[in-house]
Design a protein around this ligand. Structure first.
Ligand SMILES: NC(=O)c1ccc[n+]([C@@H]2O[C@H](COP(=O)([O-])OP(=O)(O)OC[C@H]3O[C@@H](n4cnc5c(N)ncnc54)[C@H](OP(=O)(O)O)[C@@H]3O)[C@@H](O)[C@H]2O)c1
Length: 254
């Protein structure tokens, strides 16, 4: 039995055109699955396709804004129409607006919640029938250290990421009977466009993360590839409803 071989299966990765999403898409592709990556920026999407195809799999880019329910549904439909099935969904698209709680507009609150949490729910709903048809599936939801901790500048972000963990548990209990495993991954501080902005906006973030992380460094996107491979393959068939930190020890250090 080849635990990590998913040749012929199909993954959809939201925000798979860069950062953590692309690294997770690469982890899954390295196990043999074909991949549909989705996002708003098609230029970034085209560049990302190259880095997936060089792993020997087929890859397509679907332009989608996951804050729109119709885009979530079309994204899954396009992947299924192109590849004939959908077995794996990575709900990775995310954003943050950093402010003190008293300063957010209602629109800003909704923008973060819709991008990070509602989208994950809508994409999961959209993918469910295809996974049932395939006889099972894998859903991987991207949380954060802010699923566990709070910060003054992260009220909607941490609320959405806490919600990801609870949503994961609910979907895992609901869909276990369909042989669908639903898990969350909680990245530590990973060097991406998102956190490049954070380092500009939050004083001392670079060094405080280095100091607190037992591994003594920020993560890089490829640090996220292995957990995606694990959660997308038969290696994790009895793992469901969990939230796995991939953080160099950030969340267990005093
Ligand atoms: N970097 C970290 O340290 C860290 C830590 C914990 C959790 N995370 C989480 O990891 C995930 C990926 O973040 P990242 O660090 O890789 O940041 P990133 O490089 O900024 O990636 C975010 C991705 O989400 C996509 N996206 C954003 N809004 C979207 C929308 N409305 N519709 C479709 N796609 C959308 C973006 O693509 P387009 O711009 O093309 O739409 C982009 O590919 C996020 O959920 C983030 O919260 C990151």
């Amino acid at each position: 039995m080849k635990l990590f071989d998913i040749t012929g299966k199909v993954a959809v990765v939201t925000g798979g055109n860069g950062g953590i999403g692309l690294a997770m898409a690469r982890g899954i592709a390295s196990c043999g699955a074909n991949v549909a990556i989705a996002g708003r920026n098609a230029e970034k999407g085209m560049a990302a396709l190259e880095s997936l195809r060089e792993l020997g799999v087929q890859a397509i880019f679907v332009t989608a804004d996951v804050t729109r329910k119709t885009d979530c549904q079309r994204m899954i439909a396009e992947a299924e129409a192109h590849f004939g099935r959908v077995d794996i969904l990575v709900n990775n698209a995310g954003t943050s607006i950093r402010k003190m709680p008293q300063d957010y507009s209602e629109d800003e609150w909704h923008q973060v919640m819709d991008t990070n949490l509602t989208s994950a729910f809508l994409c999961s709903q959209a993918a469910y029938p295809a996974m049932v048809k395939a006889g099972g599936g894998k859903m991987i939801n991207i949380g954060s250290m802010m699923s566990l901790f709070g910060a003054p500048y992260a009220t909607p972000y941490a609320s959405s990421k806490g919600g990801i963990v609870q949503m994961t548990r609910c979907l895992a209990t609901a869909w276990a009977k369909d042989n669908i495993q639903v898990n969350a991954v909680l990245p530590g501080w990973i060097d991406t466009e998102l956190t490049q902005r954070a380092r500009q906006q939050v004083d001392g973030l670079q060094s405080s993360v280095e100091k607190r992380t037992p591994a003594g460094r920020w993560g890089a996107p490829p640090d996220m590839s292995g957990v995606a491979a694990f959660l997308a393959t038969a290696a994790s068939d009895f793992v469901t409803g969990t939230a796995i930190p991939v953080d160099g020890g950030f969340s267990i250090a005093m």
